[in-house]
Design a binder for this molecule. Structure first.
Ligand SMILES: [Zn+2]
Length: 269
């Protein structure tokens, strides 16, 4: 048990390996094993913030091997109730090119075989997931991006694929034909695990490439993703800081009530 605590958690995606200066690193173990990395805890504008690089700081966890359950559990055990989740995504929309920012409001799960619940045994716990993201967090993120002059796409659907490979052209065209906006590899089960712990969860999606079915060239490469992410890193980090400053102190959204009236087979940290 640590006396160090935090209120807001940031789970950094590819290229987003550090966030705050002057942090205390905390090693945590959970019933699901250790999280991707030690959690770095610091302060920003009077708010206590915990940072966790989703893939580990050396990017050792590919999307399908990320210890999602341990990550969210670790954050909650530190006191975190609000999670901001920046990530690199591909675009399924021709008008939405590299460097664009989106705050989706829907998610499609195309992953397979990932542990996606805390409630494996003892009792069936069915959380509502109709609106997978925190409405207050989304509003705050969109407003903060606008104020920063980075006009975001407000809404849209993120389809999460299993990876680690990128989509084929046919898959990508199919996703686009469904009207889906973005494609990523880590948004699920992260968002649902946050909901299962009654956390607020807000995605901040940085478009790094046009997905295979949309662009004309050779398809997505990992180098290109990292290049665009690197070029927009400072901007994204600043935006996450702006969102933290603007987040309401009290959670007036439905997220804290996600588990009301449900009988849980385990005690939450
Ligand atoms: Zn919320």
């Amino acid at each position: 048990m640590t006396t160090t605590n935090a209120e807001i958690g940031v789970i950094g995606g590819s290229g987003f390996y550090s966030f705050l200066d002057d942090v205390e690193e905390v090693r945590i173990d959970t019933p699901y094993g250790p999280p991707s990395d030690p959690v770095a805890i610091g302060e920003l504008a009077g708010r206590r913030v915990a940072f966790l690089p989703r893939h580990g700081r050396d990017h050792r966890f590919p999307p399908h091997k990320i210890p999602y359950r341990a990550n969210l559990w670790a954050l909650r055990s530190l006191g975190v109730r609000t999670v901001l989740a920046p990530s690199a995504v591909g675009s399924l929309t021709p008008g939405l090119g590299p460097g664009a920012l989106a705050v989706p409001d829907q998610l499609i799960d195309r992953t397979s075989g990932r542990a996606q619940t805390y409630y494996d045994e003892g009792a069936a716990v069915h959380v509502s997931f109709a609106d997978p993201y925190c409405p207050a967090g989304r509003r705050t993120a969109v407003a903060a991006a606008r104020t920063a002059g980075w006009e975001p796409v407000d809404g849209g659907t993120l389809v999460v694929i299993e990876g680690p490979r990128f989509s084929t052209r046919a898959e990508s065209r199919w996703f686009a034909a469904q009207g889906w906006t973005l494609v990523g590899m880590t948004g699920h089960p992260e968002a649902v695990l946050a909901r299962e712990l009654a956390l607020c969860y807000t995605p901040l999606c940085l478009v790094t490439d046009l997905d295979a079915g949309i662009e004309e060239g050779e398809g997505v490469t990992h180098q290109e993703v990292l290049r665009v992410f690197g070029a927009n890193m400072t901007r994204l980090r600043d935006l996450v800081a702006d969102v933290i400053k603007a987040l309401p102190a009290d959670r007036a959204c439905p997220c804290p009530h996600a588990l009301d009236d449900l009988e849980l087979p385990l005690e939450l940290p």
